[in-house]
Design a protein around this ligand. Structure first.
Ligand code: ATP
Ligand code: ZN
Length: 297
C-alpha cells in the first residue's frame, strides 16, 4: 500500500458529534474545503483531511489504517475494543474532548423494585452495546440474556421484548418518557480523539504531534478567562484569596505608583458578576475579564 503523507481524521458525517468536532478542528487551525455531502473533505492549510462516516465505522477505519485518527464517543470506542477479534489493531484514547457527554446505563421499569445487580439475574436486557453490557454482567456475576437491538432500545420493555435496557442517557428525558429509570451507570462517555497505539514515525507523525499540542492548548483554555485588575499592595492578600482557581497570579508594577499593582490571573472557568463585585469590595479597581483564545505552553 502506498504510504500517505497527509493525516486523515475520521469523524461523524451527521449527528451529535459533527458540529462540535468541526468547531474543535477549526479552533486548531484546520479548515476544509466544503464538500460536506461527500465522504472526503480536503484540508486547506495543513496536510490534514477528513473522512465523514457513521460513528460506528470510525474505530474500524483507524484499526485498518484507513484513517490515522478519529473523533468518536468513548462508548463506541470501548464497545469496539470489546467486540472485535484480538487480531484487530489496538486503539488508544489519545485525548478526551469535553463534548458529547453521556453515560451508558442500565434502566429498568419504574415500578421494578431494583435492589442491585442481582435483581437482573435471569432477565432479558436489550442493548446496542453487547460488549460493554456483557463485561459489566460478568464483573457482577449476573446471568442475564443480552438482546441485541440496533435502535429504539428504550421501547423494548413496553413491547415486552425485554425486561430492562442498557442504553445511552444524557438528560434522562427519554427514560422518563418510557416509564424507565436509571439503575446502574456502566460508562461515563464523551467524545474522544482516538488513534492507533503506536503513532506513525513520518510526516504524518509530526503533524499529529503538532495537532495534539494545539488541541491541548484549545482544550485547556476553552473555559479559561484572563482576569486583569489593579490593586494597592495592602489589598493584595484579601484579593488573592477571592480569586477563582487557577495558577498563581502574575503581579506587575504600575509606573509612578509604587503602592499600586496590576494583577493578572488565569481562571479555570467563568468569572461571574458576583465574584467581580466581591473582589472589587476587597479593593480591586479597573477589572477586566477576557476570553482566552489560544495557548501554547
Ligand atoms: P450514526 O451512526 O449515523 O453516525 P448515531 O445515531 O449512532 O449516528 P448520534 O445519535 O449522533 O449517533 O450519537 C453520536 C454519539 O453522541 C454517541 O455515540 C454518544 O457518544 C454521543 N451522545 C451524547 N448524548 C447522547 C444521547 N443522549 N444519546 C445518544 N448518543 C449520545
Ligand atoms: Zn451510530
Amino acid at each position: 500500500m502506498k504510504q500517505r503523507d497527509r493525516l486523515r481524521i475520521a469523524m461523524q458525517k451527521s449527528g451529535r458529534l459533527t458540529e462540535p468536532a468541526l468547531e474543535l478542528l477549526n479552533r486548531c487551525g484546520l479548515s476544509f474545503r466544503q464538500s460536506r455531502d461527500k465522504l472526503f473533505c480536503f484540508g486547506e492549510g495543513e496536510p490534514v483531511d477528513l473522512l465523514l462516516v457513521r460513528d460506528d465505522d470510525i474505530p474500524g477505519l483507524i484499526a485498518q489504517g484507513v484513517c490515522d485518527l478519529g473523533i468518536v464517543g468513548r462508548n463506541v470506542l470501548d464497545e469496539f475494543r470489546l467486540t472485535t477479534g484480538r487480531d484487530a489493531a489496538p486503539l488508544n484514547e489519545l485525548r478526551p474532548l469535553g463534548f458529547g457527554r453521556c453515560r451508558l446505563s442500565i434502566a429498568v421499569p419504574q415500578e421494578l423494585d431494583y435492589q442491585g445487580p442481582q435483581t437482573l439475574e435471569g432477565e432479558r436486557i436489550a442493548t446496542s452495546y453487547p460488549g460493554l453490557l456483557g463485561e459489566w454482567l460478568r464483573t457482577h456475576a449476573v446471568n442475564a440474556s443480552v438482546i441485541m437491538l440496533s435502535g429504539s432500545v428504550e421501547i423494548a420493555p413496553k413491547l415486552g421484548t425485554a425486561d430492562a435496557i442498557c442504553d445511552l442517557v444524557q438528560s434522562g428525558g427519554t427514560l422518563v418518557a418510557n416509564q424507565l429509570r436509571e439503575a446502574e451507570v456502566l460508562l461515563e462517555s464523551e467524545a474522544v480523539l482516538a488513534g492507533p497505539l503506536t503513532l506513525p514515525i513520518d510526516e504524518r507523525g509530526d503533524m499529529l504531534e503538532l495537532l495534539l499540542k494545539r488541541l491541548d492548548g484549545v482544550i485547556q483554555v476553552r473555559e479559561s478567562r484572563l482576569l486583569l485588575l489593579q490593586t494597592s499592595r495592602s489589598s493584595l492578600e484579601a484579593i488573592t484569596r477571592l480569586l477563582p482557581g487557577g495558577p498563581q497570579p502574575t503581579l506587575l508594577a504600575v509606573a509612578g505608583q509604587p503602592d499600586q499593582l496590576m494583577l493578572q490571573a488565569l481562571c479555570a472557568g467563568e468569572v461571574s458578576w458576583r465574584q467581580l463585585e466581591e473582589i472589587k469590595k476587597a479593593g480591586a479597581r479597573e477589572m477586566y475579564v477576557l476570553p482566552v483564545e489560544k495557548m501554547l505552553a
